[in-house]
Design a binder for this molecule. Sequence first.
Ligand code: GDP
Ligand code: MG
Length: 455
Amino acid sequence: GKLRSSLLKLQSSPSDAVTTETLNAVLSDISRALIESDVNVKLVMTMRTNIQKKVGDLVSDGPASRGNNPNIARLVQKAVVDELTAILSPSGPTATKPYVMKRNKPNIILFVGLQGAGKTTSIAKFAHYYQRKGWKTAMVCADTFRAGAFDQLKQNATKLRIPFYGSYTEADPVVIAEEGVERFVSDGYEVIIVDTSGRHRQEEALFEEMREISDAVRPDDTVFVMDATQGQAVYDQALAFHGAVKVGSVIVTKLDGHAKGGGALSAVAATGSPIIFLGSGERFEDLDPFNAKSFVSKLLGFGDMRGLMEEMKSISDGKSQEELMENMSKGKFTLRDMYKQFQQVMKIGPLNKVMGMIPGMPEYLIPNGDDESTNRLRKFMYMMDSMNDAELDGKIDLHLKNDPNVEKRIRRIAAGSGTHPTEVKMLLQAHKQFEGVVSKMGKSGMMGKAGAARQ
Ligand code: GDP
Ligand code: MG
């Protein structure tokens, strides 16, 4: 909430009042907010210097100012986004280019990271991802440290119908890694993924083991898996792994929880390697290709209900917003609430500023420069216009699957709004997503403050 509100502070001050002093105060606020989101302190300081260089001249008492600059808030905001995006898109002579899988040859991918980071889970997702795209995929379990590690990989592989290699008796992970990779290379596999063990702490024994496995299988890419909930600790972790085995890619897991994800910037900065995927759940499908821009917009806005509410409050008639906040603070979120949200969003515009602030906002609704998402939003509203009160207020549950009565209603709503039933289902899915976030926030008491702010 801090970040948005400090930027709003700039926006609301008369432009001739934006002095070096105001700018410094705002940059301090932003820095603090980023550090609270687990962004590494050194990175934040570098970023701050860069922003100061970019916009410092433009404030009303700056050397290059031509009087007022009403766009200063926007410029600062853009500079923040640009700086964060740049950190996440490593470039320059020492940066690693993302590894590109090659067809019809073995691509050996080694996964490393601390215990519990999500390696084995991510390997299954990663394998599933490539298998679905038609790659001949296999997995090797070179984790002999953790009891049950082989069973875990085996279970995933069996569910996914992906060949695997491992051993209950061989205690040397280097031997297993080597044998497994050799077997799958000679069988013509294209994506061969090697799972390794972790430790709870960074230990020399772990890094030695990683070095030996890496020397034995000579990976085409080494993926460092980091747990987003670990926050600031990630920088040293990433640096240590990078020192032992040259990390080429990063996967950030557990972004579905309350993690702010700022640690991801640290991993990229420490390894000079790009993030390739984000893990957002425990299912095989919960792996999303990484996009720096949308990650940054989430980092800056995720869960920023208060900022959003404040902005909305200033525009809307207070009463319906109060009701909405009341509902949301109880973790309740009906289709009607969503309708009201969209209505406010349409009023406020420009969309991109606000959409990223709504927690749980599905990716495809966050504008990417064209009018597509605005149109989609409008369509969604037509659909909700075609719903009756009971449906809007959740007295009739449109989320029931395989219910002929619900199917009939969906067809009616589609017909009434000139849309297709699959589009109505998309709307319902978006609502479900929102509802999930709101109910989580309601339970965690995150909305409590917003509710209290009404008095
Ligand atoms: P490893 O020790 O690095 O192999 O970690 P695991 O793959 O065994 O994962 C540790 C725990 O984190 C398991 O309970 C996983 O289900 C969970 N996990 C992994 N990735 C995610 C994720 O993206 N989201 C959530 N919520 N849980 C995850
Ligand atoms: Mg594991």
